[in-house]
Design a protein around this ligand. Structure first.
Ligand code: FAD
Length: 367
């Protein structure tokens, strides 16, 4: 006789939560709670903004890969020892809980709305003469690359408060990216920040003046914020997991990816305090370790059999520069141009990510 399946609840259907859900759906009585009905591949967002058809493969309804589990499209707002409470007032019981809420983001609830949003952003870019990008980390650089290649006639300014672009990678890679942007006529201002006000809406009828910390003015018809987002853990401060958060709001986990001192609660992805850079491909590795450990525990295996997660230093970091080029930093060298571009920039790993979720890499099924 089949053993009763244990109730697993995953909160957050992003990079880590979606892969975990897909991996354990036939081994558990599974519920995925996510604020939205779909998974968006985050690193494909900028391409989808300059080419909305790209979003048809990178925005995936949870139901497409999760055929054997419940999906609750709502925010989790509280946790007790046995249940999760959602914003809509539903109580969802669990035997095992996984927190995978990553970083905060403000995106629409349905896939159709998300695709429409890309369309709106694309029209905004198309009708602007001048565009300001605030933030010169990898996301700001990648967005500048997409716009510079697909809309070469735009006057593009990127303002970054640090002394160089992308401080998380080496000087060589940062200066290759800077040279590439400059060659595409992007004006890059380093060591200054844009003074932003709460009411900084783009002006529908024309140009706006943005002030910088150095007293300069930047004219732009529209602007995009590419500054860091906070960890999505403020809601956890009101729950029984509040004492498991570190000073930066990250959940403290042990080597098996269990939240410390909690046998039936795991955390994966950007929300964890694992000392490594916060990247999607590492979040996917967390998901696979958590999947293995949950299966072992639910099968009644010994604790000593659980897999340990070792924090990693990435072997390579790649930043795309438009559709064909990229800069790649390896431990032994840094290269830029069309060779790393062939690896990352053409498809932005969208086919590969879809495949991991058991989907056709190239399908473009619309709702
Ligand atoms: C523009 C951009 C480009 C990037 N480029 C790369 C790259 O090239 N390579 C790379 O490896 N990484 C990249 N990253 C980083 C990567 O996307 C993250 O490391 C990864 O998404 C982390 O996965 P996660 O599952 O922890 O969180 P997320 O993917 O952020 O998912 C969190 C999920 O939780 C949901 N959620 C949040 N709060 C709640 C709540 N209270 N209740 C219910 N649901 C909730 C959210 O809606 C979301 O679905 C990029 C990120 C961005 C934004």
């Amino acid at each position: 006789m089949e053993r009763e399946r244990r109730r697993v609840v995953i909160i957050g259907g992003g990079v880590a939560g979606s892969l975990l859900a897909k991996s354990i759906q036939f081994n558990s009585d599974l519920t995925l709670i996510d604020e939205k009905e779909y998974f968006e591949i985050p690193w494909a967002r900028w391409r989808a903004m300059v080419d909305p058809s790209f979003g048809e493969r990178s925005v995936i309804n949870h139901r497409d890969y999760l055929t054997n589990g419940r999906i609750v499209a709502s925010s989790a707002i509280d946790i007790t020892e046995t249940e999760v409470l959602t914003a809509e007032g539903r109580l969802i019981p669990y035997d095992y809980l996984v927190i995978a809420t990553g970083h905060t983001d403000s995106v629409p609830k349905t896939r159709t709305e998300m695709l429409n949003q890309y369309q709106t952003e694309c029209e905004k870019i198309n009708s602007a003469r001048s565009i300001l990008i605030v933030g010169g980390g990898p996301t700001g650089v990648e967005l500048a690359g997409e716009i510079a290649v697909d809309f070469p006639d735009k006057l593009l300014t990127l303002v970054h408060n640090g002394p160089r672009l992308m401080e998380f990678i080496g000087i060589k890679a940062a200066s290759k990216a800077l040279n590439w942007l400059t060659s595409k006529k992007v004006e890059v201002k380093l060591g200054e920040s844009v003074i932003l006000n709460d009411d900084d809406e783009d002006n529908a009828n024309g140009v706006k003046l943005f002030q910088t910390s150095r007293g300069e003015s930047v004219k732009a018809d529209c602007h995009f914020l590419c500054t860091g987002r906070p960890v999505a853990s403020s809601w956890l401060r009101r729950t029984l997991l509040k004492s498991n958060l570190d000073k930066r709001g990250r959940l403290m986990v042990n080597e098996n990816l269990r939240v410390k001192n909690r046998n039936n609660v795991f955390a994966i992805g950007d929300i964890t305090d694992i000392p490594e850079i916060k990247q999607g491909y590492l979040a996917q590795k967390h998901a696979l370790v958590a999947a293995k450990n949950l299966k072992l525990i639910m099968d009644g295996e010994k604790e000593s059999k659980l897999e340990k997660y070792e924090p990693r230093t990435p072997k390579a970091v790649m930043v795309s520069l438009g559709r064909k080029e990229a800069v790649a930093q390896f431990s032994f060298t840094t290269v830029s141009g069309s060779v790393p571009g062939m690896v990352k920039s053409k498809d932005l790993f969208v086919g590969r990510t879809r495949k991991k979720l058991g989907l056709q890499p190239n399908a473009t099924l619309i709702d």
